[in-house]
Design a protein around this ligand. Structure first.
Ligand code: FMN
Length: 423
């Protein structure tokens, strides 16, 4: 069922050449959801707990073009449309009332949406219902922000974007010495209803950043009103069906292993806010050691309750002392200069051909689609962070000719995400 959505949203040489309606930029959905009626706690970046939250997705750059201003964040987003919203349950953390908060990106703060009663908590909607002392972050997607531009293919980008947010959490948790565990298996339908999402927004993942207490949490008495997070809206039946089909996970394999984090914290701290997507590469080579650093960090384990296998393929275009060609797991699969080919495969984007290395992430169709796509986004985030750390550029690439990439790689697995790194 899940692979049906992926299959139905493949790009092909012909599909991208179909006439399409131009975009009316004045109708672009708002990338900010604002709970205006709720009290705002502005984030003070000198406070370590506030900074831990800020790194999850706060604004760190502004770009101005005539008539428009874009605010860029610690997480990248396909088309800078930012469909992901971040909520936090905070319990027994100094400086915060126990409650459910929304990360208000526009105002750079958190808003208390609901103060927790003695026994209540979002933990009640998880398999292990024990209260968590610390944070439970909840990630939702407002799909229309992306489907407004990317139509049916947008749910892919929503999940990849949410995966980047999980990757940002991993980095922030490392910097602020918190352990984390990602959860995909929780009662999404019930929580959507408590949060008043009304079919427009749906939870996709969660992360526990804290320690279990002995007492179990009871279900929330909270019933939030619907708050419009887009201003404009058009339903997309294919995406709504895909969201519905992927709400529940099946036969999950948990992973309890932690990644090795090869970073010096002072430098990583700079990298988080410096991270940007590369717009165009100059086509210079990178060092073998720089690629080795990225390749070492990307496949590190991700602790989660539903781990899906993802294969990392990479095409070496321009790396010193390395033969050009397609590689997987350190092995050369086929030698050759594939620069023009990878550029073509990435929907004729120069990013794919002028990069030093272009990655393709693939996964099995029988997997759990929602966790698998978010894991691909999470690995993508690691690719960005490790590249920036090595002072090389990176860009996610969500647009590629699916079947032709499969043919090039020689796999029937689904192509989930592509990324390019270089200088
Ligand atoms: C899932 C995903 C897919 C993306 N796909 C493309 C792409 O196909 N081409 C491109 O030039 N940039 C792509 N990007 C980069 C975004 O355009 C970029 O993240 C966004 O403009 C925000 O800028 P920043 O990353 O510099 O903060 C992608 C990013 C993500 C997260």
């Amino acid at each position: 069922m899940h692979d049906t959505y992926h299959k139905a949203t493949e790009h092909s040489y012909w599909s991208v050449r179909q006439p399409s309606r131009g975009l009316d930029w004045s109708m672009q959905p708002s990338p900010f959801k604002i709970y205006e009626e709720y009290p705002l706690i502005p984030l003070d970046l000198d406070n370590p707990t506030h900074k831990f939250i800020y790194y999850l997705g706060g604004i760190d750059a502004k770009k101005s073009y005539p008539g428009v201003e874009y605010y860029l964040r610690t997480i990248p987003s396909a088309g800078a449309l930012y469909p992901t919203e971040i909520y936090l349950q905070i319990r027994e953390v100094e400086g915060f009332e126990d409650g459910i908060y929304h990360f208000d990106i526009a105002y750079g703060g958190v808003r208390l949406l609901y103060a927790l009663g003695e026994d209540e908590g979002v933990e009640a909607y998880f398999c292990d219902k024990r209260k968590i002392k610390g944070f439970v972050s909840l990630y939702s997607t407002i799909y229309y922000r992306s489907s407004w531009k990317y139509k049916n293919r947008a749910y892919r980008y929503c999940l990849l974007d949410a995966g980047h947010a999980l990757g940002a959490l991993e980095i922030s948790a490392f910097l602020y010495e918190h352990a984390y565990h990602i959860h995909y298996d929780f009662d999404i339908a019930a929580l959507n209803e408590r949060f008043g999402f009304a079919q427009r927004e749906s939870f996709v993942s969660s992360a526990v950043v804290g320690v279990p207490m002995s007492q179990k949490a009871a279900k929330l008495g909270m019933a939030l009103p619907f708050i419009d997070g887009t201003r404009s809206f058009e339903p997309n039946p294919m995406i709504e069906a895909a969201i519905q089909d992927t709400k529940v996970v099946h036969h999950c394999r948990p992973n309890f292993r932690y990644p090795k984090m090869p970073f010096v914290k002072e430098r990583l701290d700079e990298v988080v806010v410096q991270r940007r997507s590369m717009r165009d590469f100059k086509g210079y080579p990178i060092q073998k050691a720089q690629l080795a650093f990225v390749l070492e960090f990307m496949p590190q384990p991700i602790p989660s309750d539903c781990d899906e296998k993802i294969d990392i393929w990479y095409v070496i275009n321009n790396v010193k002392e390395m033969l050009q060609g397609l590689y997987k797991d350190g092995e050369l699969i086929k030698a050759g200069d594939f620069r023009a080919k990878t550029g073509y495969l990435c929907l004729e984007q120069a990013l794919g051909s002028q990069s030093a290395v272009t990655f393709f992430l693939t996964g099995k169709a029988k997997g759990n689609y929602r966790p698998m796509m978010q894991k691909a986004g999470h690995l993508g985030h690691r690719c960005y962070i490790a590249s920036e750390y090595q002072k090389i550029g990176c860009s996610g690439i969500g647009a590629f000719y699916d079947e032709e990439v499969q043919e090039f790689l020689g796999t029937k697995d689904m192509v989930l995400y592509a990324l390019a790194i270089g200088v």
